[in-house]
Design a protein around this ligand. Structure first.
Ligand code: ADP
Length: 263
């Protein structure tokens, strides 16, 4: 608490009263700390790829360019790091738009089953690369959602990509959809590395990662789940996670079903 007071005096400078202003500054300080942490995180996240790009470029210019093999492998590192930086900046822009409440959702009615089939097709190469089995359990009736299809696709794709990334080769990833209490419930489950108990409640925070080095190595920005949570909540839905280390992780996304006329 912060207290300020002012004496009220009459013409003869005699004290006749006192005004006391008591301010609760905890919230203000909390926001200030969060802002400072965020700026420190962003700077650090950008500094890492910039340092890598700079040192690889310098080594190439210093003569490594003459060796075709080294040249190729260095350029692919530079390419990967530039991609990560581009992803980071685009995630940051999306967060900034969200913070300013400029969601610009482009809503329409769509069938969630079809969307899931499309996303799984798009990720087919990633599944094959790690030799994962993907199991899809769709609902026998159409489940219609009214929302921004691209943004919902972004969320499901992000969670499925995480399931692929954080599951060692030859894993099993399943995606199931059902309707429950007028909600579409999408479950994405893997049998991967899992998330320690102490971290589970924090993984939706910006830049929070269980293993920073591992996430960076796999091209992650640490912002995906915080963006996902925001998008789902803005659609009147909910996102939750259950996990056990060494056994796997299950994300559940709930979205209100549109019960107006069928398409
Ligand atoms: P990142 O870009 O690091 O993947 P996310 O916001 O998407 O960022 O996820 C935050 C963190 O949550 C990840 O770094 C990882 O530690 C953890 N995580 C997310 N999904 C999974 C999963 N399916 N299995 C294990 N850990 C996960």
């Amino acid at each position: 608490l912060r207290a300020n007071f002012v004496y009220l005096k009459n013409d003869k400078e005699e004290v006749k009263g006192l005004i006391l202003v008591v301010q609760d500054i905890t919230e203000h300080e909390k926001l200030d700390t969060m802002r400072k942490e965020f700026v420190a995180n962003v700077s650090h996240e950008l500094k890492t790829p910039i340092t890598t790009i700079k040192s690889y470029t310098e080594t190439l210019l210093d003569g490594a360019m003459d060796d075709k093999e080294i040249c190729g492998s260095f350029l692919s590192v530079i390419d990967k790091e530039s991609d990560r930086m581009a992803r980071l900046v685009s995630d940051l822009l999306q967060l900034s738009r969200m913070d300013h409440k400029k969601n610009n959702f482009n809503s329409s009615r769509f069938d969630i089953d079809n969307l899931i089939k499309d996303i799984v097709n798009k990720l087919d190469i990633s599944f094959k690369e790690k030799n994962h089995i993907i199991k899809i359990g769709l609902c026998d009736k159409n489940i219609i959602i009214n929302g921004d299809k691209d943004r919902i696709e972004q969320v499901i794709q992000n969670i499925l990509s995480n399931a692929i990334k954080y599951t060692p080769d030859n894993g099993v990833v399943s995606i199931n959809i059902k309707e429950e209490d007028e909600q579409a419930v999408i479950s994405i489950k893997d049998n991967g590395i899992g998330i320690p108990k102490k971290d589970v409640s924090r993984i939706f925070e910006r830049f929070y990662r269980v293993d920073k080095a591992r996430s960076r190595d796999m091209g992650g920005t640490g912002l995906g789940l915080s963006i996902a949570k925001h998008i789902i909540e803005q659609h009147g839905g909910d996102i939750s996670v259950e996990s056990e280390v060494g056994k796997g992780t299950e994300f559940k996304i709930k979205l209100p079903v549109d019960k107006s006329v069928d398409i």
